[in-house]
Ligand binder design. Structure first.
Ligand SMILES: Cc1cc2nc3c(=O)[nH]c(=O)nc-3n(C[C@H](O)[C@H](O)[C@H](O)COP(=O)(O)OP(=O)(O)OC[C@H]3O[C@@H](n4cnc5c(N)ncnc54)[C@H](O)[C@@H]3O)c2cc1C
Length: 437
């Protein structure tokens, strides 16, 4: 009897929506009864104080595609997946009635909204065991050559230290095992965006990211990018371009909610370097992945300071909240056509290049001096690759309250000249169609 009780496990998916290189496999065995669960928190669909929803339609669509693909992939191992559009405590209470689980397996999260949900679950189910892994890092915290408290505040110092060893774990192999099928009276189907109350969207033909969510699509894209088209060999030269799918890796949307693991990318890049070519570009993709890890470490070190107006530097400036200026920024009506084109791209597709993000954020925070958290919240709602650590870390950085040792302000006219000299990008977005949005 005891053994049976000890074998009921829930894989609680959060931003780890994949089956390849997934740490949850380490905690389940064939004899276990296992189900998988995702809870879409109702507050993600509610308006923020600024008017937009916490998660706008592009992010929602990408997430729903990801969940549908996850369900398919889990079913190959006979693991049933259940979707709840309710908070986790309520969902887990319903599950517990029919499936008295004793173990919750999930990805470690440390930002306050995620921790708050976890705490509520721990209170509601005090005797349940937790198996929690840092499954979103390239180099997980325990493999770093320093403690999180000792994390260097400047990226270059961090990078030089971690590059001495590149302590990246091997990928976790998905077992070829069929679990006992568990049927429960809950929904396995993910809803459509319309069912969640959003307006339908069609992919904008100008989009630089015309891809779908889900690990199947992510792994296809990875293979194409590295092996078939070998775009990785020119990444360093193309990464600052602005038009089309090919200029940068476009890994971020899949990395953000987990359908692609950064360890998988790392090992594929190393394999490509061994078998085909190693150059500055192949290295630079790994360099950029370290930025992603760095901001995760920064948010771990500084906790809630990341979300404060004074940022991780605890630096106080006079910030403004001018509604017209903010709306003009959102709607692409500023004095800079380069900012406008980028903002219209975001509004029509949920995507913006790194070059674009740096410019529009610098303009918002350093030139208009608007409360940078409003800009960050808008990005949070719209970016399909929204990631709490990268988004708030980069906004801190650009607003002058974060990790930029040089505290730069972008010269937007010069940036437009350097990166869009022939107006190809601006012409693409500043057409009548885009302006009428
Ligand atoms: C204000 C601002 C907000 C941002 N918000 C996010 C966000 O919410 N989610 C997000 O994933 N990225 C964010 N970024 C970082 C960066 O713009 C995107 O990761 C990048 O544009 C994604 O495109 P890509 O995958 O083609 O990147 P590539 O240039 O191909 O880089 C490869 C990978 O490296 C990582 N990376 C590259 N640059 C950065 C960076 N500056 N910070 C952290 N990771 C990086 C990403 O995981 C990316 O997928 C933000 C940048 C700025 C300036």
């Amino acid at each position: 009897m005891r053994a049976e009780k000890g074998n009921k496990k829930i894989i609680w998916f959060r931003n780890n929506l994949r089956t390849h290189d997934a740490a949850f496999w380490n905690h389940i065995q064939e004899s276990d009864e296992v189900i998988a669960v995702y809870c879409l928190e109702p507050k993600w669909l509610e308006p923020t104080p600024y008017g937009w929803k916490k998660m706008e339609v592009f992010r929602a669509q990408f997430l729903l595609e990801t969940l549908a693909d996850l369900q398919q992939n889990l079913s190959k191992n006979n693991i049933s997946f259940y979707f709840f559009q309710t908070d986790a405590v309520r969902a887990f209470e319903q599950i517990h009635e029919v499936f008295p689980f004793d173990t919750i397996i999930t990805q470690a999260e440390w930002t306050y909204e995620e921790v708050a949900v976890e705490q509520k679950l721990k209170t509601a189910f005090p005797t349940v065991a937790w198996k929690v892994d840092y499954d979103q890092f390239l180099i997980e915290p325990s493999n770093l050559p320093f403690s999180i408290e000792q994390l260097p505040d400047v990226f270059t110092s961090y990078r030089k230290k971690v590059e001495q060893k590149w302590a990246v774990n091997e990928v976790i192999i998905k077992p070829n095992v069929l679990f006992k099928k568990i049927e429960m009276p809950f929904s396995s189907t993910t809803p459509s965006v319309e069912q969640l109350g959003y307006e339908s969207i069609v992919v904008d033909e100008r989009s630089a990211f015309p891809c779908k969510g889900g690990e199947s699509e992510a792994l296809r894209h990875l293979k194409k990018y590295i092996w078939e088209h070998q775009q990785i060999t020119t990444y360093k030269e193309t990464r600052n371009e602005l038009v089309g799918i090919q200029y940068s890796t476009k890994f971020s949307p899949w990395l953000a909610n987990g359908p692609l693991s950064s360890r998988t990318i790392y090992h594929e890049v190393r394999k490509f370097e061994d078998e085909v070519l190693e150059n500055d570009s192949t290295y630079w993709v790994l360099f950029e992945l370290l930025w992603r890890d760095f901001f995760k470490c920064v948010s771990m070190k500084y906790g809630n300071q990341l979300f404060q107006l004074s940022g991780i530097l605890n630096r106080n400036y006079r910030w403004k909240t001018n509604e017209k200026a903010i709306n003009d920024w959102i709607n692409g009506k500023t004095k800079y056509d380069f900012v406008n084109a980028n903002m219209l791209e975001l509004k029509s597709t949920g995507w913006m290049s790194n070059r674009g993000r740096q410019n529009v954020a610098s303009y918002f925070a350093k030139e208009m001096e608007q409360d940078w958290r409003i800009g960050a919240s808008y990005f949070e709602a719209y970016l399909i690759d929204y990631d709490v650590h990268s988004n708030y870390g980069n906004w801190n950085y650009l607003a002058g309250v974060g990790n930029d040792p040089r505290d730069r302000k972008f010269n937007i006219d010069l940036q437009a000249k350097n990166y869009d000299n022939f107006h190809v990008f601006r012409n693409l977005w500043l057409t009548k169609k885009a302006v009428e949005l």
